[in-house]
Ligand binder design. Structure first.
Ligand SMILES: [Zn+2]
Ligand SMILES: [Zn+2]
Length: 133
């Protein structure tokens, strides 16, 4: 632990495990989180941008909370954010579902299909089709 620079304001503070901002910034973040949560109680179908405007909390911070699971996208279905790969609305993780599937099993599957199906052209078409999506 020891001293570290706060990721929020740059001041030196006594760092604790898994906390990369100083207590003051952390408290500020908690207050923002509280405002967001209160707003969502009244406005369950608010979009990410409506929520950000209404609470003056940065969109990136709200996305961070969604990713951390502190804000539920099950309770608030409009709180999606753009997939880092294709920009499609996403409610969990960094990528939308199709991208995640493609990224996680794409390579493995490609290898497997290559083993199973060595008749060239058909396989190549399918492969490029997937990549273009
Ligand atoms: Zn700070
Ligand atoms: Zn995507």
């Amino acid at each position: 632990m020891g001293l570290a620079n706060c990721k929020g304001c740059g001041r030196l503070y006594n760092q604790q495990v898994h906390v990369n901002v100083c207590p003051r910034c952390r408290q500020e973040e908690e207050q923002q989180f509280y405002a967001v949560r209160e707003y969502l109680k009244e406005n369950r179908r608010a979009s990410l941008y409506e929520l950000s405007d209404a609470t003056e909390v940065e969109v990136s911070l709200i996305i961070k909370w969604i990713r951390e699971g502190r804000i539920s996208t099950v309770d608030n279905p409009e709180l999606h954010y753009p997939c880092e790969s294709c920009g499609a609305p996403t409610i969990e993780g960094r990528y939308c579902k199709p991208c995640k599937e493609r990224l996680t099993k794409g390579l493995e599957q490609t290898k497997q299909e290559l083993m199973e199906n060595r008749s060239g052209d058909q396989f190549r078409d399918a492969y490029y089709h997937r990549r273009d999506q």
